[in-house]
Design a protein around this ligand. Sequence first.
Ligand code: BGC
Length: 253
Amino acid sequence: MGATLGFGIDIGGSGIKGCTVDLDAGQLHGERIRIATPDPSKPDAVADVVKHIIDEFGWTGPVGVTLPAVIKRGVAHTAANIDKSWLGTDASALFAERLGLTPAEVVVLNDADAAGLAEIRYGWPDDRDGVVVLLTFGTGIGSALFLDGQLVPNTEFGHLEVDGHDAETRAAASVKEEQNLSWADWAQRVTRYIRGLEDLIWPDLIIAGGGVSKKADKWLPLLEVRTKVVAAELRNDAGIVGAAVAVREGLHR
Ligand code: BGC
């Protein structure tokens, strides 16, 4: 029997990535395509790239798309690392129109929510119960909150105020790069951040995602926090896989 396929597109500040997804295995099906995000990253220009990627695959079915933004019923309410003209844009309607799909065939969701969906559905099987938070450490800090596997969309825990600062400006992976911080120094900042978060929502598990989760052995053991923290399993492709999952699950919120 053939695999159940879906399609996911992950839009970020620097790249737009898309691929067919094997929804049975929770993996990419074939080679993903990555195209640099247009500069400026205005909605029309980004929609052109999305269409181009989908056409390359010859895909004509429903599509899930992530944005680094709060998305409510398809409309972008924030715009992190993408052009500010996304604010108030009905992204679902835009992509549906450009792709020749009905609005019901396009699901647009926050990038970290998508990554979290992929992890929760296909990652660590023992850890899906209770209150689980996925944090993506990249240019900023994204978050996805789950209760017994059910997504509570659009949490923005990366913007928690820690010591008077927006947390992601202190503890994102990009800050480690820019300030050339050692693993120990950066882990201390992440510790401070997670302590603030865990005092507010008392999660049962935290999953650390983003590119830096590939080097989890360098910093997870250095964290001094109460909550168990594990590295994400799906890494870079989680956004694409999660976008396709969101379509299958009809997440049009
Ligand atoms: C944004 C989130 C996004 C995260 C990761 C944050 O700055 O506010 O919406 O999920 O970056 O891209």
